[in-house]
Structure formats: C-alpha cells, structure tokens
Design a protein around this ligand. Structure first.
Ligand SMILES: CC(C)(COP(=O)(O)OP(=O)(O)OC[C@H]1O[C@@H](n2cnc3c(N)ncnc32)[C@H](O)[C@@H]1OP(=O)(O)O)[C@@H](O)C(=O)NCCC(=O)NCCS
Length: 408
C-alpha cells in the first residue's frame, strides 16, 4: 500500500482522479475543490483560502507499492480523505473508497428503499449491510484495509497536533478543547457501506486485518443527487424579490421577500439558533448562501431572514430552512433551486484540465447533492420536486482511535 499525504491543498492529479469516479466520489471531490479555493471570494465573508487550513491533510491510500504513475487512466483501487482536525466538533474528515462505486443495486425503482421511512415490516434498518451485500470478500477486505490505513494516519496526525490544537482552539459547543479529546476520536463522513465493513471484519482467512472498529453513528442519512439540467428554474438570477402569496400584516397586499445571502453576524446567529448541527459562525460565513429576507420598512434597518440555504464545504445543500410562517408555499424549493443553479459551476474552476473536458460553465460537472435524514419527509419532498434521486446512504461516524489496531 502507498500513502500520499499532501498538506492543505489537493494536487491536480488527485482532483482528476476523483472526478473520474463521479458521482460516488462527490463529497470528497467537492471538499477538495473547496480546499483548492472554489469558494474564494464568493463566500459571505469574501475571504480567500478559508476552504482549508494549516492543519488540513489530503490523504490517499493506493492499493499498490508506489504512487501509481498514471492516475488518469486505469487506476488501482484507492481510498481518499480530506482531514482538518481544527474543525472539531464539526465534521473533521470526509472519506471515499473506490470500492464503493457501483454499490447501488440496479436502478429498477426510483428509490433504493421500498418506502419513505414509514418503517413497514422488513424495512431495511442497516442500510450499510444492504449496500455491501453483493461485495466479494476480497472487495470488503481491500476496502477495510485502505480506509483503516487512512484512519490510522489520521490518528498519527491527531497525536502530533493535539497539544497545539488544544492550546489554540477555544471550547466550542460546550465541548472543552483539550489534547485528550483530540487523540480520542474523529468525526468523519463516509458511505454507509464503509461504515458497515469497518465494524464487521471478515473471517481471518479472508481479511488479514481483524480490527473491528468501535464507532458511534448518527441517524441514517440518504445522499440525494441532483443533475443541474433537471433542477427547474424557479426564479431568475436578476429577480430581486420573491412574492410569497401571503397577505401583509395589515391584511392587504402580498408581502414580498427580498433575495439576499446570509452575511451578517445577526443572520448567522439566527441560522445557528434554528439548527442542532454544530456549525461555527466562521464556517457558515466561509461558504456561499442564498436567503430570503423580510423587506424592511424602517430606513437604515435590515429585515430579518425568513429562509436560507448554504452550499456546504462538501458541496452539499446545508441547513435548508424556511420559518414556519412561510412553509408550504414553495419557498424552500425555489431557494434550493436558485442555490444549485447559481453555484453548481464554481467547483470545476479548480480543476486545470488540459484536455478541455472541463467546461467551466455555470453547470460545471453538473452534480449537486443533499444529505437528508431518512425521517425528514419535508426535505425529501423538496429534493423530489427538484428532480433529485436518492442514491446511497451516508453516515457521520465518530471513530474511537483505540479500536483501530496497528498497521501491518
Ligand atoms: C424542509 C423545509 C425547508 C421545507 O420548506 P417549505 O418552504 O415548506 O417547502 P416547499 O413549500 O418549497 O415544498 C417543496 C416540496 O416539498 C414537499 N413538502 C413540503 N412540506 C412537506 C410536508 N410537510 N410533507 C410532505 N412533503 C412536503 C412538497 O412536495 C413540496 O412540493 P410542492 O409544493 O410542489 O408540492 C421546512 O419545512 C423547514 O424549514 N423545516 C425545518 C428545517 C429542516 O428540516 N431542514 C432540512 C434539513 S436537511
């Protein structure tokens, strides 16, 4: 096995390799494109370089003795990760393994699962188990080996930087910042099949590495994939207002909301107050957003945000929200469609493509995504209305370093 460990920003070869594995590689590809500067100057803070940090590592593990020379052609199996431990307790790592490609059953129905979370008898609870059911023992063992190698490297990096991180970072979300916490575990986003194989080593004759990883994980999430061309045009880029169809406070007229972005500290405080997912002000201002704001009637004062959505650091739809008074009127789908159409093309600008297949248009490679809880019907409804397909399951896992075992 060969491990490549690159600081802060990905190489062009790494970006091209991941692009050859779309759509399966999408979360890690997007995270690396953001590290490479996809959001520079277009995020709310107008900053450059905030997609990465001096703590970031781009890790690739190849199933070969050396760095493969032609990563653009036939490639050896590999796993890839973006790691930034200074984001803790936000997600610190995104992991992809080429073995997860084609993990989907043949597309015979619109969805991977039989029903929308009504949990009928026979409902697939462990989606990861189902996703890897058809994998050969060799494929499971190889996937585990490659991902375990990345997690062990992550552990080594955590040990090296923990004292510095603990000294520099404040306590966040009620979690103290101390060196002990940084060397205990890591929060990562993975395909749910990878989560499953990490927890379930094969028998010794098939899987040389017996480490059954100890991890906790959150509610099942589905990865919904959108194609740019399927996302309807529900507002025009030049529109400045959105007619809600509701009556005004005086019972007259139709109050409009104003198109804007999440850009002030007050805006961010409101967003944070409406979500249980830990995200810092710094992170939310480092990514692009689209928002709808009340029209202010007081000169010099801004109206309050009523709906918002962000493009997350992994390119997915983040924190889609409409205040209760505005729900059920098409606000969320219009907002999400506007966000995708406006920002889908920004990622490919980071890939230098001498063969000219990089189209650098508003569409880019055309992929957009959302992670939606299996129990969130409203959000599933929004995704369906925007032409998305439920593709695979994804998991946020907190991996206990002590359970990882040692490298061969
Ligand atoms: C999810 C949320 C953003 C939807 O906002 P909204 O403005 O009411 O959604 P829209 O009116 O644009 O609805 C779009 C589609 O979703 C579906 N939908 C909306 N609410 C639904 C509900 N309660 N049940 C089932 N489907 C629903 C409908 O199919 C609708 O399409 P249609 O109007 O063409 O029939 C809103 O309910 C919300 O803020 N919820 C709390 C935060 C949240 O869960 N965010 C998502 C995190 S991933």
């Amino acid at each position: 096995m060969y491990i490549e460990d690159i600081p802060e920003r990905p190489t062009q070869a790494q970006l091209r390799l991941l692009r050859a594995h779309l759509p399966y590689s999408l979360p890690v590809l997007r995270r690396l494109q953001v590290a490479a500067g996809a959001f520079d100057g277009i995020n709310s803070a107008g900053t450059v370089g905030s997609g990465t940090s001096s703590y970031a590592h781009i890790l690739f593990a190849y199933d070969s003795d050396d760095l493969p020379s032609d990563v653009d052609g036939d490639h050896v199996p590999f796993a890839a990760a973006f790691l930034d431990l200074h984001k803790t307790p936000e997600t610190a790592a995104w992991i992809y393994a080429s073995d997860q490609d084609h993990a989907l059953p043949p597309v015979v129905a619109e969805d991977l699962y039989a029903a929308d979370n009504d949990r009928p008898e026979g409902w697939v609870v462990d989606r990861g188990a189902e996703l890897v059911a058809a994998w050969s023992p060799e494929r499971r063992a190889r996937c585990r080996r490659l991902v375990l190698a990345l997690l062990r490297r992550t552990r080594a990096i955590a040990h090296a930087v923990a004292p510095v991180l603990a000294a520099q970072l404040p306590a966040r979300f009620g979690i103290p910042s101390n060196a002990v916490a940084f060397v205990k575990n890591v929060k990562a986003n993975v395909h749910d099949g990878i989560r499953y194989v990490l927890q379930h080593p094969g028998p010794a004759e098939e899987d040389a590495d017996p480490s059954a990883v100890t991890l906790s994980y959150y509610d099942a999430y589905d990865k919904w994939l959108f194609r740019f061309e399927d996302v309807p045009v529900l507002s025009q880029p030049e529109d400045t207002e959105y007619a809600t169809g509701l009556s005004g406070k005086d019972g007259q007229g139709q109050p409009s909301l104003v198109w804007d972005s999440v850009r002030t500290r007050e805006d961010v405080a409101l967003v944070i107050s409406r979500t249980a997912i830990p995200r810092t002000e710094e992170t939310l201002l480092s990514v692009p957003s689209v928002a709808l704001r009340e029209k202010s009637t007081t000169p010099g004062e801004e109206g309050t945000l009523q709906a918002w959505a962000f493009v997350g650091v992994d390119g997915s739809l983040w924190t889609l929200h409409a205040e209760p008074a505005y729900r059920g009127r098409g606000v969320a789908k219009t907002l999400a469609a506007r966000l995708f159409r406006q920002y889908c093309g920004v990622f490919d600008t980071t890939v230098d493509d001498s063969e000219g297949s990089n189209d650098c248009s508003e569409k880019g490679d055309g992929w957009c995504a959302a992670d939606v809880s299996a129990s969130n019907r409203q959000s599933q409804g929004v995704c369906k209305r925007l032409g998305a397909k439920r593709a695979w399951s994804t998991a946020w896992i907190v991996v206990t370093y002590d359970s990882l075992g040692e490298d061969e």
